[in-house]
Design a protein around this ligand. Structure first.
Ligand code: ATP
Ligand code: MG
Length: 383
């Protein structure tokens, strides 16, 4: 099988391979770029695997006049930038020792070894610079059938790195065949080894879960993940039971996927501590939930939180109540988001100052909101 894609024909991608081949080494495209091209979906970055050692890669790239960054040189990765386009070039590796979180690695000479240290069969596909697919482990059949399978023994793969539990569900959410469901052996292994999730850093969990939740429809994957006991281990108190309904409403209302909105549907739990979310993202989740479960009118939610967050809150509210009025409510939120409070501190100074100034501003603002944002400045000031 031969790949056909714009990125493959890009002279820069060919130049990245040529610098290795000209130095007498092998060059293969690997990972997401090969997988996604076979699936017909977008390619985000281009990874290259080679038998050349990192120092030789750096030397060859520098001699070709390209900018080189030793991004992860101790585990074999060098980034070569060719006319603004970055390529991650990684030397073939094999795992020497693993503890479920990180691996001690050694460089390898054979592509088969490099393939064996990866997680899923669909992620162990390579392509020559010509585009010819190289498939050391039989991943091609799996990717074409949208089967998400661990390489060889699922339990062994998971014990090497427990993040692979989450990756199994993430890749299913993005590329799996929902009709066929998850691979039974993989699922059983995830259930059996779910306690391993406790060993992972919160950052890695947060990153991986975020990617899962950004997929078009994460509901089936999350339901299965919850069933293995994984969800309660990474987010105690969370539940995936409302996610499906949320995704349906999103589709109806043509909303793009959003990780924070979908997190908000999982219930109240300490997302910031558990997932090391950024302060802004954690606040976003909290705002969505608080507004969704409040009795605030849609227009006020829009005014207070802005259109985007208000929309998310209203969609979530729709999951628990009547969603018939959602388009109307979202329009009201948009109106609220565009409204500007016509009074500023200067208008009521020096009559008010300090704490009282703030209190008076809030009093007038409440009156203005109650008027559905219609009251003018003069009328308000006479209140
Ligand atoms: P994308 O970049 O589109 O998210 P990708 O598959 O290229 O997908 P990367 O994170 O760039 O993802 O990883 C590149 C490759 O490295 C993967 O395809 C996989 O083969 C391997 N890989 C990444 N993380 C792991 C892991 N935790 N365990 C095993 N292999 C991994
Ligand atoms: Mg990649």
């Amino acid at each position: 099988m031969r790949l056909k894609a714009d990125w493959l024909e890009d002279p820069r991608a060919q130049a990245a391979c040529a610098l290795l081949v000209d130095a007498g080494a092998q060059a293969f495209f690997v990972g997401g770029c090969v997988r996604n091209t076979l699936l017909g979906t977008d390619v985000s970055d281009i990874d290259i695997a080679t038998n050349a050692r990192p120092d030789a890669v750096m030397k060859a790239a520098e001699e070709s006049g390209f900018h080189v960054v030793p991004t992860g040189i101790e585990h074999g990765t060098v980034t070569v930038v060719i006319e603004q386009m970055p390529f991650e070039i990684t030397t073939f590796r094999r795992d020497v020792e693993t503890d479920g979180r990180r691996a001690v690695i050694a460089f390898a000479d054979r592509i088969e070894d490099d393939a064996l240290r990866r997680d899923l069969t669909m992620n162990a596909l390579y392509a020559k610079p010509s585009g010819d697919v190289v498939d050391p482990l039989g991943g091609l059949q799996d990717v074409l059938a949208r089967r998400i399978r661990f390489i060889a023994d699922a339990r062994a793969r998971i014990r090497e790195d427990y993040l692979r539990i989450l990756r199994f569900f993430r890749f299913f959410a993005w590329y799996g065949d929902a009709e066929h469901g998850l691979d039974a052996e993989g699922l059983a292994a995830c259930t059996e080894l779910a306690d391993g999730l406790y060993q992972l850093s919160k950052e890695r969990i947060g990153n991986e879960l975020t990617k899962l939740l950004q997929s078009p429809d994460p509901a089936p994957a999350m339901a299965a993940f919850a069933q293995t006991g994984g969800l309660e281990r990474i987010l105690p108190g969370a539940s995936a039971k409302d996610l499906g309904a949320l995704v349906q409403l999103e589709k109806h209302n043509r909303l793009a996927p959003s990780a924070t909105r979908r997190l908000a549907s999982l219930g109240r739990t300490d997302f910031r501590a558990r997932l090391r979310l950024s302060k802004a993202d954690a606040k976003e989740v909290d705002d969505i939930q608080t507004a969704a479960f409040s009795t605030r009118l849609p227009a006020e939610i829009g005014y207070r939180l802005g259109y985007q967050t208000a929309q998310d809150a209203l969609i979530l509210r729709g999951v628990y109540s009547d969603a018939q009025n959602l388009p109307k409510d979202i329009a009201a939120a948009e109106r609220g988001a565009k409204a500007t409070f016509p009074i500023s501190a200067a208008d009521i100074m020096p009559r008010f100052s300090g704490v009282e100034l703030g209190a008076e501003l809030r009093r007038l603002e409440a009156i203005w909101i109650a008027s559905d944002f219609t009251m003018r400045r003069d009328a308000l000031l006479s209140f």
